[in-house]
Write a protein that binds this ligand. Sequence first.
Ligand code: SDX
Length: 432
Amino acid sequence: MPQDKPAHATLSFDGKVLELPMKSPTAGPDVIDIQKLYAQGDVFTYDPGFTSTASCESAITYIDGIKGELLYRGYPIDQLAEKSHFLEVCYLLLYGELPTAEQLSDFVPRVTRHTMLHEQMVSFFRGFRRDAHPMAIVCGIMGAMAAFYHDSTDINDPEQREIASIRMIAKIPTITAWAYKYSIGQPFVYPKNELDYSSNFLNMCFSVPAEQYAVDPILSRAMDRIFTLHADHEQNASTSTVRLAGSSGANPFACIAAGVACLWGPAHGGANEAALSMLREIGTVDRIPEYIARAKDKSDPFRLMGFGHRVYKNFDPRAKVMKESADEVLGLMGIENNPTLQVAKELEKIALNDPYFIEKKLYPNVDFYSGIILDAMGFPTSMFTPIFALARTVGWIAQWKEMISDPTQKIGRPRQLYTGATFRDYVDVENR
Ligand code: SDX
């Protein structure tokens, strides 16, 4: 604790005076350690949605919502998006440092050689309806991996934790691509080890056995950047889900499947699909004011999807990079006049000059522009959130590994503010 800071916070109530220790981070707000509050004060804290609660100690990702800063292991996201590539970012998130050339040349083939799924898992895909949402398939197949990869489910064995982590990072593109292929009735395309991670994913999505397919380097670079931008994001809802599932000792595949399930929600990772649908529904620039009015109308549940964030009260640095990437990719594809992109840009401009959005500090988030790029790349909106889950798998794993290897970790078990009926005796039906 730095010298100029108090070592504790004093809490006084009901004639009690409690001294609660304070801890200082390397960056961000200090914390008041309330672990002994209930034992010493016989009270709980109350923080639904965890707006003021630090659930854990972590060294992986730092967000400054005021400055609009996002750091992976200290490195700013815009530099990583520009200078790094996704598998290098995976190494950074998992092991804490950028790899040397030798470490990277060892890590990449370890991932590449695990890209195939156990062939018997193909029958799992066939059990889904063709019109199943790909997120339902990805969630199911990820959980089902525990039924095939028993040799990497012992969370107490560091070796098994490592192989399970590599398997999930390696196989999630195959699972996601096959969920897409299954939904459009095309045959599965197997991974090709000579392709890089993003090109391999695009090839499994868009190539067909009937003809040659060459991955466009512009698209694989854009895909790789989208993966990097979505890789991790501190203790968001799905990461907290993974940590809570992991705290019970559940196997790694079950924990990541829980993260996929949570990410699916439209308030979280499902927002990219919802944002593009919203932009399409708006359709033309002249209809934007109608939707801005609806977003501000408290009696209307409509919200601007892809806008706002629990932490960022300034721009989301990922949205900034994504917007630049959208301009670049659509420009290189000769569709810079894409009507949806024009509506998005005009909507952002109008919203950011509207007092409501300024006062509530609502800015575009990572989901606002990502769908425009994915749509231009040929993905249906139903594939947007699965692609988010593909990218976030490494972040979930890094956070899960950090929690599991923390000797002080224990099962997560929050309490409640109970407002239900107090004790009462049973009443026979004839007396009710
Ligand atoms: C992701 O947590 C993460 O890090 C998530 C994520 C990650 O990488 O893991 O960043 C990914 O989930 C991005 C967010 C994607 N979701 C959306 O785009 C859905 C639309 N956004 C909202 O649902 C909302 O902004 C949230 C859910 C993102 C944040 O909600 P909060 O923090 O609970 O904020 P809030 O709902 O309390 O909103 C504060 C005020 C409210 O008005 P008042 O009640 O104070 O009058 O702002 C309003 C809200 O009504 N508001 C919006 C709005 N978002 C918030 N009004 C209109 N449109 C919006 N989009």
